[in-house]
Design a protein around this ligand. Sequence first.
Ligand code: ATP
Length: 520
Amino acid sequence: MAILTIAGALFEFLCDLIYNITTTSIHSTVQELVFEAVLKQELAFFDSRKPGELVSHITTSTNKMSEILSQELSYLMWYISRFAFLMFFMVNQSWKMLLLTWMGLPICWVIAEFTGNFQQSISRELQNALGEANQVATETFSHIKTVKSFANEDGETEKYRCRLDDIYRLNKMESGAYAFSMWSSTLSSLAMKVCVLYYGGILVTRGGISSGDLVSFILYELQFSSAVESVMTSYPKVREAIGASEKSFEYLDRKPNLPPDGHLNPQHLDGCIEFKNVTFSYSGKSDNLVLKDVSFKLKPGRITALVGSNSTGKSTCVKLLERFYQPQAGEILLDGKPLHHYRDQYLHEKIAVVSQDCVLFARPIRENIKYGYEDASDEEMYAAARLAGAHGFITKLMNGYDTDAGERGGQVSGGQKQRIAIARALIRRPKILILDSATSDLDSQTEYLVTQALFQQIHCTVLLISRNMSVVEKADHIVVLGDGTVKEEGSHTELMAKGSFYTELVRTENKSFHRQEEQE
Ligand SMILES: Nc1ncnc2c1ncn2[C@@H]1O[C@H](COP(=O)(O)OP(=O)(O)OP(=O)(O)O)[C@@H](O)[C@H]1O
């Protein structure tokens, strides 16, 4: 007994250690795989899901799953192996009474399956509710300035409280289901014991078995019913873990709706881009087209401006160029070859985009400029910053390039943020530079200096989207978009001579606010 006790304790320690290490490692691996799987999805996937919900599904759901599995799965495995051993001893005592014991099992199974199903569906709903609550909190904190300036703290708290009420309601249902499963498992194991005692008593009176056999069987039966009770409690919990993990596995199994990565990785790239009869809609349906049969060309080393009024699809062209979405018809060619034939990594190395709502990370400015290009030297960083007109103000900051940009670049002004973002694009020495309203937050003097420096000193294909017509007129070629189609194209002088869409655009953009008011 002493040897068995020591050996048992030692094995239990080893088992617990190995089991816990294994479940912890499974937890981190699953979390990493889900994160990676989500990151690989196409942009349209993120359009229809909220960041707070995604974070909740990656963290809370996988935590819940491993928390339950690390306890309950081990119990389940432990009690199932106990079943097998007990069964062996019980059949030796009395196969008739074992049969009776077995007859009660389907009822226990039905109850466990019923509560398990219920727990699984509640758990699924609970994870969705947690995701929504998380989304409200994430959105509120990331837009805290807007919340405060509209004094809407109470509104956001109310919204969060509503989500918490949903969680509370679901938790109550889950607790009810758990209490029911506990009650039913205790009741069914009690009923099983009573039946066996009753039938065992009859067998002893008729001389079918000895009273000693009955006592031994009852002792096994007690252990057996406690194992049934534990399985009935653990099984619904395991189903709850399955419910919690459904979203994670949905993401893991989801194949990104992207064409397979291309193979082209040429040493030399001219940077000639051609939109050839491109038709596109975000919904994928033909009745909601953003671009209709759009064709234009960006000549290598030249500046092409894309202009048009609001919502004419300028930024959509940029998103298609970045391969965030796929056109429904037509194709985009880079140096004469379809864009999707190029390796994705290669494309993003060669094409740099600076957009109006550029985002900086809460890291030092140095790391922001070298983002995705960490091997760049400080000299390269200074050169890029000078070209973007950022070096001057960065060196005047208290910690220079080591100054933290703040959450979403909140510790620098809008114009400074844009110049840092331009430097981040230039440090990669792109072959194609896309400036999508990238200088909109700069004052006219700085905008003039930055664009002048950019146009004179960088020798790559530039796609310029700007509302400032005095910047646009410096472009070599101008494409005018209207209602998702190309209305006209040419140089500034040619288009002005035509006196059509472009002239009208220049006139409206240049018309001052006051003059407009006067005319009205
Ligand atoms: N992710 C998206 N999902 C669905 N529709 C979108 C999405 N992004 C843009 N759109 C729609 O596509 C149309 C064109 O938008 P886009 O941003 O390309 O216009 P734009 O010419 O760049 O406008 P602006 O000059 O105002 O920036 C708009 O009607 C817009 O509502």
